[in-house]
Write a protein that binds this ligand. Structure first.
Ligand code: MIG
Length: 749
């Protein structure tokens, strides 16, 4: 390895250590965030996730011990040895994370000669043994360690015993637990120990590998094909603190427009102005609240982005404005692939300015996506982002309310993009191998920034592909799920882990994208999905219609009940967004986030919290009309019946088709709004406070729900306190907006 530590020098909060074979760096970013950097490829970090200088003044000491160095902040102790082995301890000296010194002993490994034989016979072999990567780090795994996060992966909540890869992938097959990658690459995970907790953000954009004890129970590893070994050790006393520190580093979801939290109706195949007008009319006629209709690729002229098909949409501007009068925003899909076509402005402009990715020989690289032969805007270049962003005016001029970025892994129909395709990373050429995992991230950034400069509203951008830090620019959905019960089940750990990875504004396609839903599946999906920040029913071309009214009266009535529930809870969801912007806490949370010392919740896959106050236990089994629910510490009230339950126990709860079991924590003051068909239907709605038994307090946020005036103080912030004896105290923490016409309090007993 690196050999003996020869000497070191300190410069501010950074320490350069010279080993026999390699110089490395440790930087104290904050008292709880320490960067470990081995410049294998480049001497700078070149982070795409972290923007600006995140170093805060932090006092630390650096001392020499017999055979190692000891770096200590007020919260972390870091012991640094020969071979650049590093061990992290908390301030009490409890070991949190040690580099693994033992031998790698895979549970199963083929001999090299046998692999050679198989390959020689023309077969591919999936070697399950140890895989060394040019960049890698192996850490000790202790009994009881659980691992969470890693962005958008399939499978269960706790990632221990599993392996994954980060390579943004658009794989049309049904996402199975054994999939190693999906559309997003977020190299952040949290290790919860029997005693202690830490996070690691492994900032490497190349194809990366995570083996969380599948290879061997004694250690876990992360590594990549190329790049630097560059990771941030993130400390904190609890999971919320780890998340606060991670999102301090990579950024937080900005407060969205309020309507974005409403219901969205979508499908691939809504093909004409008439369809959209009819949809809006139907939603209103059937009294289903809705704030947005999504325009999939069918609105375009032969799948050319920044165009509108004028045969099927005679007057998009008039249509969009009519929809708006009904309280419905248009959200249009924009894919990255630009059709190769003479006289098509996006293509011509991009070619003239050299804005598309190139082959190593300098020619513009062409692959195929929806429009046929297509070229890839080079979003890593600031000039390209600016160009793309300014062209979005095409959409803002028409009154479009938000942008949905798809296919930005980037996807391709004519084989994968070769590794050596040339992109740009800010000011230098960089290969596809390096830029692939940040392509969607950079596209979302271009879209967010462009939209922000064109309108005075908070941009609403949805992206499919992400990297760490994408939460600053976009909301995301989990891509092409299917109408399968297994995918409904998976939606819980998937969204929980996205939330634990900084991506708070997320959702799944309600009803399932591929395959065909059933009335029961759709109902159970909306019961779960109405708690997803992004609340959208969407399905694939060729699939059966799955709007709420397609399956008869009963389905429609239940569907409506849950969309209404969402709309009455909007003040609560909006508060959660505000909390997220300030603390990085997600909206959908696994129970382990708040009850990390409770062993019952470390592997709990079928319940979640919506904020700290609501526990949701949706039915995810076909035919089930009861389900077991675990309630953590405290007293919990059934949202529907108000029955009280003591926590730290399992209960069998009735869940007929129209009931999603929801529990409210004692002492909750739940802010609600009157029912509306869309956000803003009632101009100045009153605030309804539902006060549950027990003592508690709650901070409520209120602003115009649209623009950035709140950043200059144009908001109200309230503190509500209940003493559990039917008394509520209301104080204002901040006054900068307008008062509610009325605050109506009701007490649950
Ligand atoms: O190759 O635009 O995930 O939501 O409906 C499929 C058509 C392209 C994939 C997206 C899906 C969208 C579909 N798109």
């Amino acid at each position: 390895m690196f050999g003996a530590l020869l000497n070191y020098e300190q410069k501010g909060q950074a320490i350069t250590l010279h080993y026999e074979k390699q110089s490395v760096q440790i930087q104290v970013l904050t008292n709880r965030v320490i960067n470990v950097f081995v410049p294998l490829k480049a001497s700078e970090h070149r982070s795409k996730a972290i923007e600006g200088n995140k170093e805060l003044p932090a006092a630390f000491t650096l001392n020499k011990a017999d055979d190692h160095l000891i770096l200590a902040t007020d919260s972390l102790i870091c012991r640094i040895y020969d071979d650049f082995m590093i061990d992290f301890y908390d301030k009490e000296g409890t070991l949190l994370c040690a580099d693994y010194r033992g031998q790698r002993i895979p549970r199963f490994e083929l001999s090299e000669s046998f692999i050679a034989f198989i390959k020689q016979e023309g077969h591919d072999v999936n070697d399950t043994g140890s895989r060394n990567h040019p960049v890698q780090c192996i850490k000790q795994l202790d009994a009881g360690d659980c691992i969470y996060g890693l962005g958008d992966k399939t499978g269960v909540l706790n990632k221990r015993c599993y392996e994954y890869e980060n390579w943004n992938s658009d794989i049309p097959d049904p996402h199975e637990d054994c999939f190693k990658s999906l559309y997003k690459s977020i190299p952040f995970f949290i290790t919860l120990k029997e005693k202690g907790i830490y996070g690691i953000f492994y900032d490497n954009t190349f194809k990366s590998y995570f083996n969380f004890g599948k290879e061997n129970d004694q250690y876990y590893s992360f590594g990549s094909d190329d790049g630097n070994l560059d990771y941030y050790f993130i400390g904190g006393d609890s999971m919320p603190e780890i998340l606060a520190n991670y999102t301090y580093l990579t950024g937080r979801m900005p407060l969205p427009q309020k309507w974005a939290l409403g219901y969205h109706q979508s499908r691939w195949g809504y093909d004409s102005e008439r369809t959209f007008r009819e949809l809006a009319a139907k939603l209103r006629e059937l009294r289903i609240p809705c704030d947005a209709l999504h325009f999939d690729i069918d609105y375009m002229e032969r799948y050319k982005v920044f165009t509108w098909n004028r045969e099927r949409f005679t007057d998009p501007k008039a249509m969009i404005s009519d929809l708006k009068k009904q309280g419905i925003k248009a959200v249009t899909i924009i894919d990255p692939g630009v059709k190769v076509e003479k006289d098509y402005p996006m293509y011509e402009e991009g070619i003239e300015n050299g804005f598309f990715a190139k082959s190593p020989d300098g020619s513009v690289y062409v692959n195929k996506v929806w429009p046929g032969d297509a070229v890839y805007p080079d979003f890593g270049s600031p000039a390209v982002r600016k160009w793309w962003g300014s062209r979005l005016q095409f959409y803002t001029d028409l009154g479009v309310g938000g942008v949905w970025n798809d296919m930005n892994e980037p996807a391709s129909f004519n084989g994968p993009l070769p590794d050596d395709i040339v992109f740009t990373d800010e000011n230098r050429p960089a290969t596809h191998a390096e830029m692939h995992n940040v392509y969607g991230h950079n596209m979302a950034k271009a879209t967010y920034e462009g939209w922000k400069s064109l309108t005075d509203k908070r941009p609403f951008v949805i992206t499919r592909a992400c990297y760490g830090g994408s939460q600053k620019y976009a909301t995301a959905w989990t891509g092409d799920n299917q109408s399968l019960w297994s995918h409904l089940r998976m939606a819980i750990p998937q969204q929980c882990n996205l939330g634990l990875s900084g991506m708070a504004f997320i959702g799944t396609d309600i009803g399932g994208f591929g395959a065909d839903t059933t009335p029961e599946l759709l109902v159970r999906w909306v019961e779960l999905g109405c708690f997803s920040p992004l609340f959208r029913n969407h399905c694939a071309l060729g699939g059966m219609n799955q709007e709420p009214w397609q399956f008869g009266e009963e389905t429609l009535a239940i569907y409506r009940k849950y969309v209404n529930l969402r709309y009455t809870l909007l003040p609560y969801f909006y508060d959660l967004c505000r909390e997220c912007e300030q603390t990085g806490l997600p909206i959908i949370r696994p129970l382990v986030l708040h009850y990390e010392h409770d062993n019952h919740v470390r592997n709990l896959n079928d319940e979640f919290l919506a904020g700290e106050h609501l526990l949701v236990a949706p039915v995810v089994e076909q035919g089930a009309r009861k389900r077991m629910v675990y309630l953590p510490e405290g007293v919990w009230y059934d949202y529907w019946t108000h029955t009280a339950y003591e926590g730290q126990q399992y209960y069998v709860i009735d869940a007929p088709l129209d009931v999603c079991p929801i529990f409210v924590k004692a002492g909750t003051i739940l802010p609600k709004a009157p029912a509306q068909m869309y956000v803003g239907e009632i101009e100045d709605p009153e605030l309804l406070l539902e006060v549950y038994p027990g003592e508690g307090s709650y901070v409520h946020y209120h602003d115009n729900g649209e623009d950035f005036a709140y950043r200059d103080g144009a908001y109200h912030e309230y503190l509500f306190k209940t003493n559990g004896k039917g008394e509520l105290e209301i104080t204002k923490l901040h006054e900068g907006y307008k008062d509610y016409p009325k605050i109506v309090t009701s007490y649950i007993s």
